[in-house]
Design a protein around this ligand. Structure first.
Ligand code: MAN
Length: 591
């Protein structure tokens, strides 16, 4: 701490900060004592050499040693006349407390009426006033110039101390209010917690009951649904079997070329779908294989024994005709020409890709009117194309849409869809739906209560001080902005940082615990496990707290990379009240 009163050296009295309530109390007592000393101007006058403090006076006392003086470090004995003779004798400089003879001596400014302090002895008689009582300038140019202004300083200092005490007292009063509110809040939360516990039990009971009801009604529902389904499946199976039998009879008719009620192997000669060796015709062996090894097969045997094995390969005449027609159409399309004026080029290929993307989007949204949609997209993509090219692209798109629509129509649900449930089953389903809905609602209500209980318990678990004074800070956030960042402290929750240039918030830690020393536990908060620092630790924040009339982040710094430190004032730490006339504390809350 700077102790010079010279204008070129700092005067830090105003800036002096009392780091803790305990040290403040001591300091105030000291100041008050000084004030009293100043007021009475009755310091005990003890004869001591110049530059010696009251506490060092015994070393210089003639008393036992008579004419001799022992250097304070005991290293040597010199004659008393050598004290302050402007010649440095003692290795510890103690023989020259009042001159600048020793290189690292210390001169004690008594500063009666203000506070005493040491200055380096090199400043003695250097023409600059260092001690407020002017005692350092007793010879040379400073001797006439320096005046004793300790009384004024002492007065000012006392005034400042008093103001500080007034503020501390205000903080103390606020703290009392915090305590009242905090304790009331705790009681309220505990009461709420009890009520919620009871509500939770009731909600759990309702859930159990609804579950039971659901289980009861779901049994008959499942049974009726299964029955309905089984009956439907049996019906479908029977219908399919009849259809298959019909197909088999049709196939038999087609294969029995001479309609004599029998298929003879040579009647299969043109059935190239059975040409397993792809020789271009059906030899006897292949034909017999179709007939299950026989030469002749009658209708009943074909329908019941052969059809199942051949039906995958067999093709009806109308199927063959359709295949043929398709082949021809494809052949024609391949020979067809692109419009002469607009040949497919890389540009069009890009458009094809875009079209596919558009179609994918369209496929995801059935409600979209495809043609309008296409037109909008087309305008956007084809802006720079010649009209002719736009026409070609438009036509291609419409063709593709048409195909797509056809495919969609074909994909319509088949007639094999299960029919509606009968009324009795429908009633069972409705009852089960209702039971499920009621259970779902009951579970939701229980979950909500659970969440509230969880939040409340979390709040109750936080250590808000034995008297709950810190409750006032819970749920609040305080900001501090420096040149680069805005820092935010939400006590008992988190600490964060946001660049003034924008961007997202960086977590500087979540509430961890109080980490002050045992006798002042609530003077330090720790926030840990913040966002990981690149190539470094998880970010964390230390918050130093001290008494102040308001809750405020005074400063934020980053002493080590990604390790942050905030200074925070709060009335919650104003644990003393001062008697302004004596400077004594009249309340002392042990933390
Ligand atoms: C960001 C900020 C800084 C921190 C660096 C570390 O810029 O969180 O506070 O020092 O990251 O990379």
């Amino acid at each position: 701490m700077c102790k010079s009163v010279h204008p070129n050296r700092c005067l830090s009295l105003a800036k002096m900060e009392v780091r803790s309530a305990v040290s403040t109390a001591l300091f105030v007592l000291l100041t008050i004592s000084l004030g009293i000393l100043w007021m009475c101007d009755a310091t005990i006058q003890v004869e001591r050499p110049r530059g010696v403090s009251l506490s060092n006076e015994p070393f210089y006392n003639k008393g036992s040693q008579g004419e001799w003086f022992t250097c304070i470090d005991g290293s040597m004995k010199i004659h008393r006349t050598q004290i302050n003779d402007d010649y440095c004798d003692c290795p510890d400089s103690s023989d020259e407390p009042g001159t600048s003879a020793c290189p690292d001596g210390r001169f004690h400014c008594n500063n009666r009426g203000y506070r005493p302090y040491y200055i380096p002895s090199s400043r003695v008689n250097d023409g600059i006033c260092d001690c407020c009582d002017a005692s350092d300038e007793y010879e040379g140019p400073g001797a006439g110039k320096c005046v004793n202004n300790c009384k004024e300083l002492g007065k000012k200092d006392l005034e400042e101390r008093k103001q500080q005490m007034v503020l501390f007292n205000q903080g103390f009063d606020i703290r009392q209010q915090y305590i009242n509110d905090g304790l009331a809040k705790k009681t309220e939360r505990e009461g709420e917690s009890k009520t919620l516990q009871a509500e939770k039990e009731e909600a759990q009971r309702v859930v159990d009951e609804k579950k039971k009801v659901r289980d009861e009604v779901e049994g008959p529902e499942t049974e009726a649904k299964d029955k309905h389904k089984a009956a439907w499946e049996a019906e479908v199976a029977a219908r399919k079997a009849a259809e298959e039998r019909e197909r088999a009879l049709q196939a038999f008719k087609e294969l029995d070329i001479d309609s004599d009620g029998r298929i003879v192997f040579h009647e299969l000669a043109n059935r190239l779908e059975f040409d397993t060796d792809s020789s271009g015709d059906l030899n006897e062996e292949e034909a017999k294989a179709v007939l299950g090894g026989a030469n002749i097969v009658e209708e009943a045997v074909f329908v019941e024994q052969i059809w199942n094995d051949v039906k995958e390969k067999f093709k009806f005449a109308h199927e063959l005709a359709a295949e043929e027609a398709l082949k021809q159409q494809e052949g024609q399309e391949q020979q067809g020409e692109e419009p002469a004026a607009f040949e497919k080029n890389a540009f069009e290929e890009v458009h094809d890709d875009i079209d596919e993307d558009i179609e994918d989007e369209w496929a995801e949204d059935d409600d979209e009117d495809e043609e309008d949609f296409y037109e909008e997209e087309e305008d956007e993509f084809d802006e720079d194309l010649p009209e002719e090219a736009r026409g070609v692209l438009r036509q291609k798109r419409l063709d593709r849409l048409t195909k797509k629509r056809e495919m969609k129509d074909h994909a319509k649900p088949s007639e094999d869809e299960m029919p509606d449930y009968d009324d009795a089953t429908k009633a069972l389903i409705a009852a089960a739906d209702q039971a499920r809905k009621e259970l779902e609602e009951a579970e939701k209500a229980l979950k909500n209560i659970d969440r509230t209980v969880g939040d409340l318990e979390k709040q109750l678990r936080v250590d808000l001080g034995p008297d709950q004074a810190f409750q006032a800070l819970q749920g609040q956030c305080y900001e501090y902005t420096d040149r680069e960042y805005t820092y935010k402290l939400c006590p008992f929750e988190k600490s964060s940082q946001r660049s003034k240039n924008g961007g997202s918030e960086t977590s500087l830690g979540s509430w961890h615990q109080w980490e002050g020393p045992p006798d002042n536990k609530y003077s330090l908060m720790m926030y840990t496990k913040g966002q990981k620092c690149w190539n470094g630790p998880d970010r964390s924040t230390r918050v130093n707290l001290r008494c102040g009339v308001e809750n405020r982040v005074l400063s934020a710094s980053e002493p080590d990379r990604c390790v942050y430190q905030f200074e925070f004032t709060t009335p919650a730490l104003c644990t003393y009240k001062y008697d302004l006339s004596t400077g004594e504390t009249d309340t002392h809350d042990e933390l």
